[in-house]
Ligand binder design. Structure first.
Ligand SMILES: CC(C)(COP(=O)(O)OP(=O)(O)OC[C@H]1O[C@@H](n2cnc3c(N)ncnc32)[C@H](O)[C@@H]1OP(=O)(O)O)[C@@H](O)C(=O)NCCC(=O)NCCS
Length: 167
């Protein structure tokens, strides 16, 4: 998959997408980076029914990569979560399948999530937290420095905050 010729979009998750996310979450290359433990297949199906299909507080999408010469593929899961914690704000969540990491698709997925958040989602700020040790913090710090986000290291985590760009 050539990232230069690939468009990354979001679409509603199916149960099969959600079960695939469960398998990726349990992968030893991913599990240590996450702030919640892996779920069994049955627990993942309950998560689909109770959370994904009822996006009151947490909203999740399948992240899809479409290249002109290939069939579109689900490459991960993105979310805007904890929407009820502070009105107008949500927390960014992103996980790509191990085989899709490291070639620019994560950055494109963040762009798609922020386009939704500050467009149809009508949010005023998006926040996030990543573990400094093996938790993808380097990715968020790298993007944040380039895009002017607020970045704070505290304890074992990197916290970031992205304000809605002026219209
Ligand atoms: C974190 C994650 C979303 C990043 O996606 P990715 O596709 O691997 O990242 P990209 O290839 O889009 O990288 C974008 C840029 O960030 C940089 N980058 C990526 N990981 C980095 C790291 N650990 N440290 C420093 N820079 C990093 C890349 O070099 C690239 O820089 P460039 O634009 O100057 O070329 C992905 O690796 C992932 O899903 N990991 C497992 C789950 C996880 O950690 N989720 C976050 C939990 S909070």
């Amino acid at each position: 998959m050539n990232p230069a010729r690939t468009i990354v979009t979001l679409r509603p998750m199916t149960l099969e997408d959600c079960l695939q996310m469960g398998r990726w979450r349990a992968d030893p290359r991913i599990a240590p980076t996450l702030r919640t433990p892996p779920k069994s297949e049955a627990e993942q199906a309950v998560f689909y029914d109770t959370v994904v299909l009822h996006p009151v507080d947490h909203q999740y999408w399948a992240v899809v990569a479409s290249a002109s010469d290939e069939v579109p593929r689900v490459i991960g899961m993105g979310g805007l979560t904890f929407r009820r914690r502070v009105p107008g704000e949500a927390e960014l969540s992103l996980l790509l399948g191990p085989e899709y990491q490291g070639c620019g698709l994560g950055a494109a997925a963040v762009t798609a999530l922020l386009d939704y958040a500050f467009g149809p989602g009508q949010l005023t700020a998006v926040v996030g937290e990543a573990y400094l040790e093996g938790g993808g913090a380097g990715f968020w710090e790298h993007l944040g420095r380039h895009q002017g986000w607020s970045l704070v290291r505290f304890g074992h985590s990197l916290f970031f905050r992205i304000e809605r760009p002026p219209r």
